[in-house]
Structure formats: structure tokens, C-alpha cells
Design a protein around this ligand. Structure first.
Ligand code: SAM
Length: 236
């Protein structure tokens, strides 16, 4: 379970990074994600919940949420911030919950991070009742393929050629005095969509949202998609 070893040492940095309002991309993309997800049913589960901000936002929108996260320090922070919530230390590919117990499974910015992406999608399908939905946000494969380069007068986006090559992501981000190291993998569109297909999930729709800000650090993501958002159905 490499997710535990990799994210546990970054836990305190991640909490500071994730909880600073307006600091990271979450604040400019979450509305697009919440527009994609179905109305609250009886039970929702989030795989890779971190310190719990998505679970808390879902709760505010009427969801009863279980948060699943392998890093114990992040689960402790999630519980401290939400005493009435339910948080479990577990791998997203092996969740100690009953088959078919959830109307909605959410994976926000975690499928490209988990040790076993296909296994986690399969686990999402197992946890869903027939007719339930799986909603995921991942790093957009186009974003993984390139980087912004500041030219003399304008910014350009430079693409590397090996789209099909699966690469390790190990990026230390620094912004406004905060720092965090994010680790995971790059995937192609096909990797994700085949994982959904093999898990028996039918993709209903997808989004390539632009940030809800047209200034500051995230303005450049008006031109290239930072995230891919998908809603899939477990057929009855
Ligand atoms: C980029 S953070 C996103 C956290 C949260 N969803 C949010 O948006 O604030 C990715 C999370 O995935 C978790 N993770 C890593 N490996 C995992 C695994 N095998 N199963 C479930 N989650 C995992 C990390 O510990 C981390 O909390």
C-alpha cells in the first residue's frame, strides 16, 4: 500500500495546503464537480478523502458521507474537523464496507494517486448499489503531458511526445509560503475509461471545467484543462 507511505509524511503539509481558503485549485473547481454529482441519496463514500474538505462540502449539500483515507494523520485531522462524520483508515482498493451500501462514490483528485487505480475503480463499483453513481475528478491527461513555459511576451504550453508512457509524478509545489509534495502517476484517457468499463460502470458524462477565476495563479488554466471530471452509472 504505497499510498500510506507516500502521503503520510506529507500529511501536515497537505492539511495546511488544503485548508487555506482560495489557495489551491480546489476552490476554483469544486462547484463544477458538485454540479456534476447527483442529489444526495442515503449514503455517500469518498475514496482518498485527505483531511476531509470534500466530505465536509458534501455534508453541507445534504450527503451522509464516509471518508476513506490510508494516511492515519489525515484521518485524525478529518475527524477533528468533523466530529459527527465517519472516517476510515483504509486503502481505496480494499474498503471495509458492505457491497452495494452506497448511492454515490466520490474520488476527488485521488485516482491518479492511489497505488492501484483499476482496483480502486473496481472497488467503487462494488460499493455502489445498482443505479448508483461514481463521480471522479482526476488530473487531466493533457495537463500531465505538458507544462507552461513563460516566453518573452507570452506563456506557452509545451507538450512532451510520449502520451502513452506512464510516468511517475513526484512534484513539490510551492505557493504563497506553503509547500507540499504530491505523488502519483500519469494516465491516458483510455486508462481511465477502460478501468470504468472493466468495473461494469457506464460513463454518463464528463467535464473539462475552466477555473472559476480569471485572474491570479489559476488564470492560465483557462486555456488548458487542469482536471477531468467524470460521472458513471452502475447499471441496474
Ligand atoms: C490530492 S489528495 C486529495 C484529498 C481530497 N480528496 C481533497 O481533494 O482534498 C490525494 C489523497 O489520496 C490519498 N491516497 C493515497 N493513496 C491512496 C489509496 N491507496 N487509497 C485511497 N486514498 C489514497 C492520499 O493520502 C491523499 O489524501
Amino acid at each position: 500500500m504505497s499510498g500510506v507511505t507516500e502521503w503520510e509524511p506529507e500529511a501536515e503539509n497537505w492539511v495546511r495546503w488544503a485548508r487555506q481558503p482560495g489557495h489551491d485549485a480546489y476552490w476554483y473547481y469544486r462547484d463544477a464537480f458538485f454540479d456534476l454529482i447527483p442529489p444526495a441519496g442515503e449514503r455517500t463514500i469518498e475514496l482518498g478523502c485527505g483531511e476531509g474538505r470534500v466530505a465536509r462540502d458534501l455534508f453541507e449539500r445534504g450527503h451522509r458521507v464516509v471518508g476513506v483515507e490510508p494516511a492515519p494523520t489525515l484521518v485524525r485531522h478529518a475527524r477533528d474537523a468533523d466530529a459527527s462524520g465517519s472516517y476510515v483508515v483504509a486503502d481505496g482498493a480494499a474498503v471495509p464496507c458492505t457491497k452495494g451500501a452506497f448511492d454515490l462514490v466520490v474520488a476527488y483528485n485521488s485516482l491518479q494517486v492511489v497505488a492501484d487505480m483499476q482496483g480502486t475503480v473496481k472497488e467503487a463499483a462494488r460499493l455502489l448499489r445498482p443505479g448508483g453513481h461514481f463521480c471522479a475528478t482526476v488530473s487531466h491527461p493533457a495537463m500531465d503531458l505538458g507544462r507552461f513555459v513563460q516566453g518573452k511576451s507570452e506563456m506557452s504550453f509545451t507538450i512532451r511526445p510520449a502520451y502513452f508512457e506512464r510516468r511517475r509524478v513526484d512534484d513539490t509545489l510551492e505557493m504563497n509560503g506553503l509547500e507540499v509534495t504530491c505523488r502519483g502517476w500519469t494516465y491516458t484517457f483510455e486508462d481511465y475509461f477502460v478501468a470504468f468499463e472493466r468495473a461494469g460502470l457506464v460513463v454518463e458524462t464528463m467535464r473539462e471545467p475552466r477555473p472559476s477565476t480569471t485572474s491570479g495563479t489559476f488564470e492560465r488554466w483557462q486555456t488548458v484543462p487542469l482536471f477531468l471530471m467524470v460521472r458513471a452509472l452502475k447499471p441496474r
